[in-house]
Design a protein around this ligand. Structure first.
Ligand code: MG
Ligand code: ZN
Length: 225
């Protein structure tokens, strides 16, 4: 019975996720689901990337937290289309959360959508939101063992971010171990090291987003010809 229930929940989620995906694709929006532990720097990364992407690409942000409006307030400084979702005791975003947020946004004013998932490396991986890509984020301060301990996020990510690289000079972090673990789990995934305070790696990351977005939509145009 229990397994059946879980399957039904995921099936219902997948149906809403497909609707989200269709809506986003029709609007020409490239959507990234950002998954990382609390404190790894998801919000700071999105703030910095938003400033770099705009005005060339217009950014929308959906941010999930158990409580508070604080992240949305921070990000509202940099863009107009920001929706905070409070999940209460919920430890991940589900497709219906994103659905509700999309209904409150002006999709004609968005080219890139960041969905900041609830700080959690585990169950956000299992829920399709209708995103184009899932992006796993680890931090130097979180420790070099976290990729190995969270294999599913490594396997599902289109690219991995390693944040707070400015702390490498202060914190013991075995980069070779981290890279080897990632390679073993997902040989095709790249790791982009970033630091928001120094800006290191941010150009590469923003370029990645732009390149994937144009690839995504040039393909869609080619398919519709
Ligand atoms: Mg946050
Ligand atoms: Zn959860």
């Amino acid at each position: 019975m229990k397994v059946q229930l879980v399957e039904n929940v995921l099936k219902a989620n997948d149906e809403v996720a497909s609707l989200n995906r269709r809506l986003l694709n029709e609007a020409g929006i490239f959507a990234l689901d950002i998954i990382g532990a609390p404190g790894c720097g998801k919000t700071a990364m999105i703030e910095a990337a938003t400033q770099m992407l705009q005005p060339e690409l217009r950014v929308g942000i959906i941010v999930g937290d158990l409580a508070t409006q604080r992240d949305a307030d921070r990000m509202a400084k940099w863009c107009e289309q920001v929706i905070q979702i409070n999940t209460g005791k919920g430890c991940h975003l589900e497709a219906h959360h994103v659905r509700q947020a999309l209904e409150r946004m002006d999709l004609t004013k968005i080219d890139v959508l960041f969905i900041e998932n609830v700080g959690n490396l585990i169950c956000p991986v299992g829920f399709d939101l209708g995103q184009d890509v899932k992006i796993g984020m680890f931090s130097v301060s979180g420790g070099d063992d976290k990729a190995a301990k969270h294999p599913f996020v490594v396997c599902e990510s289109a690219v991995l971010l390693l944040s707070k690289t400015d702390l490498l000079q202060y914190i013991p972090f075995d980069m070779q171990l981290f890279r080897d673990d990632v390679k073993r789990l997902n040989p095709n995934v790249d790791i982009i090291g970033i630091s928001v305070p120094t800006g290191q790696g941010m150009d590469k990351w923003v370029h990645w987003i732009k390149a994937k977005r144009s690839l995504r939509f040039s393909r869609a145009e080619a398919a519709s010809l």
